[in-house]
Write a protein that binds this ligand. Sequence first.
Ligand code: ES4
Ligand code: ZN
Length: 335
Amino acid sequence: MPLPKAELHLHIEGTLEPELAFELAARNGVELPYADTDELRKAYQFEDLQSFLNLYYELMAVLRTEQDFADLADAYLARAAAQGVRHAEIFFDPQAHLARGVSMGTVVEGLWRALGTSESVHGVSTKLIMCFLRDESAASALQTLEAAKPYLDRITGIGLDSAEVGHPPVKFREVYEAAAALGLRRVAHAGEEGPPEYITEALDVLGVERIDHGLRCMEDPALVERLVRDRVPLTLCPLSNVRLRAVDVLAGHPLPAMLDAGLLCTVNSDDPAYFGGYAGDNFAAVRQSLGLTEERLRELARNSFLASFLEDDEERRARYLAEVEAYEFGSPDAL
Ligand code: ES4
Ligand code: ZN
């Protein structure tokens, strides 16, 4: 039985496995510039965030209908459930779809077909977080928030993703203020490729409650102290960091030092179809490469529920936390 966990940093478009990409391409008459799944997988050799994003956006061309989004989310939820995910807070990138002529309604209603039945079908509770692309304009983000207004009963919060460097959080001050006024929760990617100052700015200017990645906080001891003091959760993605070269090798990942510093770290999969593993695979990899103890692994699982947006259902959170405390570790390669 896998360790019960929440996944808090997961881009639904990043769960598009090559097999499903080809199936959807055929269904929608979309031509992919790859002969087959093997050739596509060979393209998964990234130099950095941007080289990954290029492929990530290219493959989205196969997502056209509500059913496509439902099938994508359902496939993710099945895999996540098999790896112990009990609760998932799922990012989506509406601007990448709107730009291709796919409407907000198609995306949200499609995802909801899977999310709405996830608890009964997969035993996974879910929330949706709408991300803005930081390499698009602030005006585009505001338009996107406007387009989402009919669907706000299905959207828990907002996030900020895509190419980080050169697109500081302050660029999105206005849309974050507007989202806060609408009662939306706020997170943002910061300190993945960008400097620690972006983490500070995301907290101070955007009012975010969690930092996605946040790896580079370790360059600034005063910032670490603040994150520890204020219990700001960081949603780390170890296998992503290796594949996008934020760290050289997994054995050199700062996760153990971050836990030792008292940071509220969580382990997540980011874009599992591209980075070589889902949530449980990330836990197993850090256990193996970083020699984390069972108590550290339990702490990571506990943190994932503490950092989740389950304030509307504290009873559920307590149930998940009790499952974590009761968990008995077994085989070292399955988590
Ligand atoms: C992303 Cl790893 C990562 N970083 C920033 N934006 C993203 N979108 C999808 N995956
Ligand atoms: Zn991400």
